[in-house]
Design a protein around this ligand. Structure first.
Ligand code: HEC
Ligand code: HEC
Length: 286
């Protein structure tokens, strides 16, 4: 309920003129330091809005933009990196690895490119994963661990449908001429290549089946073939699991690991750095 403003007898301050059930409100002014700070903030905000972009579609008279500043930073960074990247592009991976300065740069750049592009399949340390993703940190190579072989594999990829991709396709023997008992026998023989056979009679029955069907790709003694990407079967390193059932499944339905080609996705300097990085993970061959 409104009444006319009046002076309060105790404090000497005027009231606002509002009254609720006999309670009146004093009209105490803001302290002047507070008010001037408020006015200064408003003035500062207005000046700021004129100078810098703070409204949609308005550039600000200083012409500043975070986007442009970011592009400048990036361009400066690229200009700084350009001479080194040109050397990465011009040198072979083997030459990069032989030069301590280039090698250190390639390992750092390769690690970042690996984390971005490769770790999703090969693991953050290149340790691989069961299910067909090979470890790149051991010395067991499907296609070879020399600088040239690694460079080639990364560039063209594996079984990705492109004409120059690496890797042949293995037949699926469940529909390519073997019965299930034969598949189980040859699986037992495959197991015997890397350890004592559990079922020696079955392994003996599997041996001629292996000789007839498998040696063309996997070799006489299961040593593998790097031109085809046929894995060595005589070690205990398995892409798809080394238990009896997984091996029988590999033989019956075949496997065909796929990797994209990177030559169209990454620039030559990055592919060289990745080659040096992968080679240095632990299993690099001369
Ligand atoms: C989509 C998953 C995927 C990505 C991403 C991927 N790879 Fe692979 N990579 C594979 C598979 C699967 C194989 C094995 C194919 C096979 O079974 O023969 C492989 C094989 C390889 C091999 C051959 C290893 C050997 O033993 O000879 C190299 C080297 C390799 N990858 C490097 C890389 C690098 C470097 C990158 C990143 C630029 C990368 N890969 C990204 C799936 C991938
Ligand atoms: C045309 C060539 C070819 C023939 C013939 C072939 N393989 Fe393979 N085999 C391959 C390739 C290539 C792979 C690797 C597939 C991949 O990397 O995804 C493979 C993978 C395997 C694997 C999985 C290895 C692992 O590390 O998990 C087993 C087991 C295997 N083959 C057994 C056999 C047996 C047994 C025969 C004969 C009955 C046979 N292969 C015939 C090419 C062949």
């Amino acid at each position: 309920m409104a009444t006319t403003p009046e002076r309060d007898a105790h404090s000497g301050t005027a009231t606002t003129g509002h009254e609720w059930d006999g309670i009146k409100e004093l009209d105490t002014p803001m302290p002047s330091w507070w008010l001037y700070t408020l006015y200064a903030s408003i003035a500062f905000a207005v000046v700021w809005m004129i100078l810098y972009p703070s409204l949609p579609y308005v550039r600000g008279v200083l012409g500043y933009s975070t986007r442009a500043a970011f592009s400048e930073d990036m361009a400066a960074q690229q200009a700084r990196a350009a001479p080194m990247l040109a050397r990465m592009r011009a040198a072979t991976p083997a030459a990069i690895a032989a030069d301590p300065e280039l090698r250190a740069y390639a390992l750092a750049g390769g690690r970042i490119a690996f984390a971005t592009n490769c770790a999703g399949c090969h693991g953050s340390g290149g340790q691989g994963a069961v299910g067909g993703f090979p470890s790149l940190a051991d010395d067991d190579w499907l296609f070879g661990g020399s600088f040239d072989a690694i460079h080639q594999t990364i560039s063209v990829g594996i079984r990705n449908g492109e004409a120059d991709a690496r890797g042949v396709a293995m037949p699926a023997y469940a529909t390519a001429g073997l019965t299930w008992p034969q598949i189980n026998d040859v699986a037992e023989y495959v197991l015997s290549l890397s350890g004592p056979a559990g079922d020696t009679a079955a392994a003996a029955r599997g041996a001629p089946i292996f000789a007839e069907n498998c040696v063309a790709c996997h070799g006489e003694a299961g040593e593998g073939n790097k031109d085809m990407g046929a894995p060595r079967l005589s070690d205990r390193i398995w892409l798809y699991g080394g238990d009896r059932a997984s091996i029988a499944r590999s033989i019956a339905f075949s496997r065909g690991g796929v990797m994209p080609s990177w030559s169209g996705r990454l620039d030559p300097a990055t592919i060289n750095m990745l080659t040096v990085y992968v080679h240095a993970l632990g299993g690099g061959e001369r």
